[in-house]
Design a protein. Sequence first.
Length: 202
Amino acid sequence: MVPGRWRFAVYDRAMVGAVDSGTQRLAPSGPGRYSANMNDDIDSLSARIEIPMLVHALEYWHSKRNGRRMPSRRDIQPTEIPRILPHIVLNDVVPGTPVRYRYRLVGTRVTDYYGMDPTGRFFDDVATGTFYDAVVDAFEACRLSLRPRFDRLEGIWPTVHTYWRLMLPLSDDDVDANIIMVILVNNADRRLRNSMRKLFRE
């Protein structure tokens, strides 16, 4: 972290369903019960997201569930979401103590925002300080709840700007999330986006 140059603040947050996402995961439930609740919750979350691209991403994820808790990576077809692709980050969930997250794919708009391309690297190898803590907490909330998470965040570098983040779990077995798909949209200009490079290690 660069003192006096950067501050990270979450000023709006929403998750699908009521869950203490920091400490537990939802208990397994039958597809019927889970799906009925999820439909209502998806509608509620969509109403809170003011960015059309993120609403589209949430609805696309939901459409790929097919009665499951969440879709798999194989269900996500790049040709079906060309406008979202540059804003996507796929993060592999790597089991262990602690769980680690590795950049599997980083969209071009996100690399521009970061000022680097961290594809193939572990998040804890490239991020530090309060930025690292805040993002990992969000990853863990999404992974443990098995449900989408939306954040509207404020960054100061030193000029205030806003970005919107949607996290969507993916799973090969519909039991554990093995990928967290993130869609990032921001209102920062190129100078401010590139200055986020200061938050990452070489």
